[in-house]
Write a protein that binds this ligand. Structure first.
Ligand code: LFR
Length: 479
C-alpha cells in the first residue's frame, strides 16, 4: 500500500487540534482539521497549571469525530509543547500539570546550580538555560514534597498516550528537553538524577519516533468509535521536533529554520551536537530530533510578545482587537521610527502586562517608548525579526555553516511583515510555510511507520513531499 490516513493530536500553548492526515508519497499530503479547542494557563491557588484533563476530553471528542469522518485511520500520534509533565501514582494523575510559565522555578534553579553549575549541566545535557527546563521543575516538585507521592513522571504527550493506551513511555525528542538525558548518547542521566535526589525508577523507558506505544484501551476504542484495534505511534512528540520534520529544506546544511508560534525556535538541523564553550555562552540548545538528528537552536520569545500585548490592550479597553488590522497599521509605521528592544529578555516570560514591561525596558535603556499601538506592534515585529536574524547568524557561526535560506514554518509564516523583515535584517531569502508544519511532521512520521514511504524512507524524502504539496512563499531581502 502506498498511502492512507492517520490522526494527529497537536497541542499548542494557545490551542489544540485534532487533524486527519492523508498521505500518498506520490503526491498527496493533506490535513483536515476535525477539532480545535482553546488552551491556556489556569491560575490555581498553587500557581499556573494546564487543564490536561480538559485537553484529554477535547482530544477524545476530536478523535471520535476523526473516526466518524475517516474510518480507515491507521494510527494516532500526539505532540505538544515540551518540558511539562504529569506526576502519576499508578494510573492516577496527581493533579493538573504545572505550566512552564509558573514562577516557582527560581529557587530550584539556585538549588540545582549550587551543586551543578550551568557549565556542568551543559556538558552533560547540551541544553540551553531556560528556567523552566524539567530538571528545575522536578527539583521544585521534590522540595514541595509532591514528587515523593508519585511513582512515575510522564511528559505531556506521553501522559495523553498513557490515557489512551495504558502504556507508560518517554518519547526521546521530548525527553531531550528535560535536562535529564545525556547529550552524548541520548540515554537517561541516572547519575544526575541520583545527585539531585530524583528517583530514576520514576522515568519510563525511552522510545523513538516511529515506535508503537500501544493499542487503544478497549474503553477508549469504544469512546472514539474505532472499529478495530488502533495503535498510538510515537511521533516527534515535542512539537518543535515534529515541525522540523516538515520544514521543506532541500539541504539542511545550507538552511536555517524558524518554527514560529508562541515561541520562535531558531536554528539548524545537525548530524551531531555542538557543545562548545561558544555554544554554551550563546545559550544554544542541542535537542533531540527525529532520526537521531540534532535540533541546534535557540528559543526566541516568538509571537507570545504580540499575543500577550494584544491581551493586555484588550483588558485595558474592554474591546477585542483584530490582529490582522493591527499588523496592517504596523506595516505603515516606518521601520526606523521605532527602536529595537531585546526580545530575549527573561522579564517577558511571565504572563501579565507585557507592553508595560517593554516600556520599562525602553526607559531603562534611555530609548523612546513607542507612542501608540501600531508603533508598539511595529517595534515588536522589528525586535523579533532582529532576534531571529541574530540567532540565525550565531547558529551559522557556531556550527560553521554557510547559509543560503531561512525557512519559517508555523503561525509566524503567515505574518508577512515578520517574514519580510526577517529577510531584510538577515540578508537571506525567507521561505515561508507550511503553517501547519507541526501537524504535518506528526502525520509524516506515522505514515512512514505504516510503511507508506517504503523501507528506507529518509527525512529528505518526506520533506520533498512537503515541498511538492506545500510550496513555500519566498521573501527576498531588501535594502
Ligand atoms: C514550542 C515549545 C518549545 C519549548 C517551549 C516550552 O511550542 O515546545 O520548543 O521550549 O514550547 O515547552
Amino acid at each position: 500500500m502506498s498511502g492512507g490516513a492517520v490522526a494527529a493530536v497537536d497541542l499548542g500553548a494557545t490551542s489544540g487540534r485534532v487533524m486527519i492526515g492523508r498521505v500518498d508519497p506520490r503526491g498527496t499530503l493533506a490535513l483536515e482539521q476535525v477539532a480545535r479547542f482553546p488552551n491556556g494557563p489556569i491560575r490555581l491557588a498553587s500557581g499556573l497549571h494546564w487543564d490536561l484533563t480538559g485537553l484529554y476530553a477535547h482530544a477524545l471528542r476530536g478523535l471520535a469525530e476523526a473516526f466518524r469522518a475517516e474510518p480507515t485511520i491507521a494510527s494516532i500520534g500526539i505532540d505538544s509543547w515540551a518540558v511539562d509533565y504529569a506526576l502519576m501514582r499508578g494510573d492516577r494523575m496527581l493533579g493538573e500539570p504545572f505550566h512552564y510559565r509558573d514562577e516557582r522555578n527560581e529557587r530550584a534553579v539556585e538549588t540545582v546550580h549550587a551543586k551543578h553549575p550551568f557549565d556542568d549541566l551543559y556538558a552533560r545535557n547540551g541544553l540551553q538555560f531556560l528556567p523552566f527546563n524539567t530538571v528545575y521543575q522536578l527539583v521544585a516538585e521534590r522540595d514541595s514534597g509532591c514528587l515523593a507521592l508519585a511513582d512515575r513522571i510522564l511528559l505531556v504527550p506521553d501522559a495523553l498516550a498513557f490515557q489512551l493506551t495504558g502504556a507508560p513511555v518517554a518519547e526521546r525528542t521530548n525527553a531531550s528537553t528535560t535536562g535529564l538525558v545525556r547529550v552524548a548518547d541520548g540515554t537517561w542521566d541516572t547519575e544526575l538524577m541520583a545527585a539531585l535526589g530524583l528517583d530514576a525508577g520514576q522515568f519510563p523507558s525511552l522510545v523513538e519516533p516511529g515506535d508503537v506505544i500501544g493499542e487503544l484501551r478497549p474503553t477508549v476504542r469504544d469512546e472514539v468509535g474505532a472499529s478495530r484495534g488502533i495503535e498510538v505511534v510515537a511521533v516527534g512528540s515535542h512539537d518543535t521536533a515534529s515541525a522540523v520534520v516538515a520544514v521543506p529544506m532541500a539541504d539542511p546544511s545550507t538552511s536555517a529554520y524558524i518554527s514560529c508560534g508562541t515561541w520562535g525556535l531558531v536554528g539548524l538541523e545537525l548530524p551531531a551536537p555542538v557543545t562548545t564553550d561558544a555554544a554554551r555562552e550563546a545559550n544554544f540548545t542541542n535537542e533531540g530530533g527525529v532520526d537521531g538528528r540534532v535540533r541546534f537552536l535557540h528559543n526566541v520569545m516568538g509571537l507570545w510578545l504580540l499575543s500577550e500585548s494584544v491581551r493586555q490592550w484588550e483588558r485595558e479597553t474592554g474591546q477585542s482587537l483584530d490582529l490582522p488590522t493591527l499588523l496592517a497599521d504596523a506595516s505603515e509605521v516606518p521601520a526606523d521610527s521605532v527602536a529595537v528592544f531585546d526580545a530575549n529578555d527573561p522579564r517577558f516570560l511571565a504572563p501579565g502586562n507585557l507592553p508595560g514591561r517593554v516600556a520599562q525596558w525602553y526607559r531603562e535603556h534611555g530609548l523612546p517608548v513607542p507612542g501608540n499601538r501600531a508603533a508598539f506592534t511595529r517595534a515588536i515585529v522589528e525586535s523579533l525579526a532582529e532576534a531571529f536574524a541574530e540567532a540565525v547568524r550565531t547558529a551559522a557561526s557556531l556550527a560553521e555553516r554557510s547559509l543560503e535560506a531561512i525557512h519559517i514554518v508555523g503561525g509566524g509564516s503567515l505574518n508577512q511583515l515578520l517574514c519580510q523583515r526577517t529577510a531584510d535584517r538577515s540578508g537571506l531569502p525567507v521561505l515561508a510555510g507550511p503553517v501547519e508544519a507541526t501537524a504535518l511532521g506528526n502525520v509524516l512520521v506515522q505514515a512512514r511507520a505504516q510503511g507508506w514511504f517504503g523501507e528506507d524512507a529518509s527525512l529528505e524524502s518526506m520533506r520533498d513531499l512537503v515541498a511538492r504539496t506545500h510550496a513555500p512563499r519566498r521573501y527576498e531581502p531588501r535594502g
